[in-house]
Write a protein that binds this ligand. Structure first.
Ligand code: PNS
Length: 164
């Protein structure tokens, strides 16, 4: 049984995240989508809301091959990964610009915990520019985020921000 952790802020979950989860499912028997609890950030959605949103949108993937769990974690990612007996950490890499930061994290995580491998996966090209940060920025400035996040997430973004 191969178990991976897919960590992130997921504020909110995007179609790019879902694409990576779907691809990860081809490699792992179980993926734990792990939301970082970061008191220093001011998120759009609470941890509970993010957990609910992710659980909702991964339903479609769930019917396929792998088991998907949604959890949250505090502190060091590798410590959490060991506690959950994970074999690997999955991270999505969109462009070369992501690589530098991701490489730093992967190597630091390896130094802290050599038993856990980091697996980089590339999303579909159509999501290569999609990030939660940009989705929020575009949305808050009145731009369309259709196709970048699942419809239920867009709906929640509207409600959260008092829009119809
Ligand atoms: O979606 P994000 O914000 O790019 O995810 C970043 C995340 C959660 C993977 C990273 O910040 C993280 O692992 N934080 C946990 C604290 C930790 O382990 N820090 C050391 C990383 S080398």
């Amino acid at each position: 049984m191969r178990r991976a952790i897919f960590p992130g802020s997921f504020d909110p979950v995007t179609n790019g995240h879902l694409d990576i989860i779907e691809r990860g499912c081809k490699l792992f028997d179980e993926i734990i989508i792990a939301i970082l609890v970061n008191p220093e950030k001011k998120p759009m959605f609470t941890i509970d809301e993010r957990r609910e949103m992710i659980a909702e949108v991964v339903m479609s993937i769930k019917q396929n091959q792998c088991r998907l769990l949604v959890e949250d974690f505090r502190g060091l990612l590798v410590q959490y990964a060991v506690e959950r007996s994970a074999d690997a950490i999955v991270r999505g890499i969109r462009a070369i610009s992501d690589y530098e930061y991701e490489l730093q994290m992967a190597l630091m995580n390896r130094r802290l915990e050599p038993r856990i491998e980091t697996v980089f996966m590339m999303p579909a090209e159509v999501y290569s520019y999609v990030s939660s940060r940009l989705v929020k920025e575009v949305f808050l400035l009145g731009g369309s985020v259709e196709g970048l996040v699942p419809p239920s997430v867009e709906e929640r973004m509207r409600k959260k921000n008092g829009l119809k």
